[in-house]
Design a binder for this molecule. Structure first.
Ligand SMILES: Nc1ncnc2c1ncn2[C@@H]1O[C@H](COP(=O)(O)OP(=O)(O)O)[C@@H](O)[C@H]1O
Ligand SMILES: [Mg+2]
Length: 184
């Protein structure tokens, strides 16, 4: 079974994209098939770390979320850009850097559940060993869904219950495993 790993922090500019690119390269160097998906749709950028110029992004995650394409059609094999001896492969699913696509996500948001479904499709169609998710900072609804498969109103318990309301800390834990094994 593939591992799906989100690289997240609350603030921007803390090294998420650099960490994602480096971990992807190390895993591919060991011979693994690695997917990297840029879910920072509002401010995409990890493609630069894989040596892609803006005009080389001819397909993107946006094509899947809004334009009816299959998600695996947006994958670019960036392994040759890495240089050195790489036994495995890295497939990048970039986000569009077209201003019209970015303003659309700022205006309308996106269907986070469709994106979660897309993650499973990617793992299967590209036969990935690992899928790394480069995320948008903060904890908006879409990010919660990508990280944990949760909708905002499904967060019914929290650490605050333990810290301030005398509840046992174990009661605050939510088992999110089923959200990934069988996304709705
Ligand atoms: N380990 C590091 N040490 C020093 N600078 C770093 C490190 N990781 C990232 N940076 C720098 O920090 C800035 C933000 O990195 P980035 O990976 O784009 O962050 P994020 O994806 O969290 O916004 C970039 O200028 C990058 O070169
Ligand atoms: Mg980033």
């Amino acid at each position: 079974m593939a591992n799906i790993i989100s690289i997240h922090s609350f603030r921007g500019g803390t090294g998420k994209s650099n960490t994602t690119a480096n971990v992807a390269t190390l895993l591919a160097a060991q011979g693994r098939r690695v997917g990297v998906i840029d879910t920072d749709i509002q401010s995409p950028g990890i493609h630069i770390l894989f040596g892609l110029e803006g005009e080389e992004i001819t397909t993107s995650l946006n094509d899947y979320l809004w334009h009816g394409r299959e998600i695996e059609e947006a994958a670019l094999d960036v392994t040759p850009n890495l240089g050195g001896e790489i036994k495995g492969q890295i497939f990048l699913i970039p986000s569009s850097i077209k201003p019209g696509e970015i303003t659309r996500v700022l205006r309308e948001g996106y269907n986070a559940r469709k994106l979660t479904q897309g993650l499973s499709d990617l793992v299967e169609k590209l036969a990935l060993d690992v899928l790394l998710i480069d995320t948008h900072p903060g904890l908006n609804e879409e990010t919660l869904h990508i990280l944990f498969g949760l909708e905002g109103d499904e967060i019914t318990t929290s650490l605050n219950d333990y810290l301030w309301h005398g509840r046992d800390i174990r009661e605050a834990a939510l088992d999110v495993t089923p959200n990934y094994i069988s996304p709705a």
